[in-house]
Write a protein that binds this ligand. Structure first.
Ligand code: IPE
Ligand code: IPE
Ligand code: MG
Length: 248
């Protein structure tokens, strides 16, 4: 049986674009900040729900490399929320066996924030529960260019040959190389786009878009997305017949 063609029914790795905080707040006549705070509470619930469902990995898009273009006060607010969130949540996540990692270009953040990120990673590195990755100042193109740069340096230093570069080796040099590609991608907030998220990794991921604004996303919505995933036949280029034969 070829496992790569069998839909495991439950996704092992879920990636989410948490979108719609601003519109949620506007709909309620509140400032965007309150949408981000509500989104933060949703994240807490979703991480817990994924851990309870024994999902192996969860990758969340918290701040894109393009989000710096937002008004300075909103960027500042997101940074504050991020820092406070790290301080308040890491202890509990650690108790629950969650391993935290950050992906993205972190040199752009304050040294305080960089320290907190490193401390969270260090504290939780030996945990064997949910592998949580938070994408901050992340861009899919940046990720691919970084991998290309690292490989170019290795060629220059004679560690590898140009002809050693293939998809397998390249995959080992992009972010999330130890958790692999997401099985299920979720974007809340109604937009049907990738917004420079995991461009390399989403090649064969099942894509789920919902109009639900992120603060309203909850366990039931998570289950809806998992049910959607379970109903897909993952063919990876084969015919449906081939896949159902190997499935049997
Ligand atoms: C997502 O919600 C949060 C971040 C990008 C940090 P938005 O802030 O993009 O919400 P909308 O899209 O304006 O509603
Ligand atoms: C994507 O949402 C980034 C995050 C959720 C962190 P955006 O709201 O920034 O995406 P666009 O600008 O609408 O594509
Ligand atoms: Mg948005």
């Amino acid at each position: 049986m070829n496992n790569s063609s069998v839909n495991e029914k439950e996704p092992k790795h879920i990636a989410i674009i948490m979108d719609g905080n601003g519109r949620w707040a506007r709909n309620k006549g509140r400032p965007r900040a309150s949408g981000h705070q509500a989104g933060f509470r949703t994240t807490r619930d979703i991480v817990e729900a994924c851990a309870r469902r024994r999902i192996e990995a969860l990758t969340l898009f918290a701040f894109s490399s393009e989000n710096w273009a937002r008004p300075a006060n909103e960027v500042g607010l997101l940074m504050d929320l991020f820092l406070r969130g790290l301080k308040s949540e890491v202890g509990k996540l650690h108790e629950n066996g969650v391993r935290i990692r950050f992906i993205g270009e972190r040199s752009a953040f304050s040294s305080k924030l960089q320290q907190e990120m490193m401390a969270a990673e260090d504290k939780t590195k030996a945990n064997s529960g949910l592998k949580l990755a938070i994408a901050v100042n992340y861009g899919g193109r940046w990720d691919i260019v970084s991998a290309a740069k690292t490989l170019a340096k290795k060629v220059k230093e004679g560690q590898i040959d140009v002809d050693d570069i293939n998809i397998e080796l390249f995959s080992q040099h992009v972010s999330l190389n130890d958790v692999g590609e997401p099985d299920l991608f979720i974007r809340t907030g109604g937009e049907m786009r990738i917004s420079n998220y995991l461009l390399w990794h989403l090649a064969y991921t099942e894509l789920y878009f919902t109009d639900v604004l992120y603060p309203d996303f909850n366990e039931q919505e998570l289950d809806n997305s998992i049910a959607f995933y379970s109903g897909r036949q993952r063919r990876f280029g084969k015919t449906g017949d081939q896949v159902s034969k190997t499935d049997a």
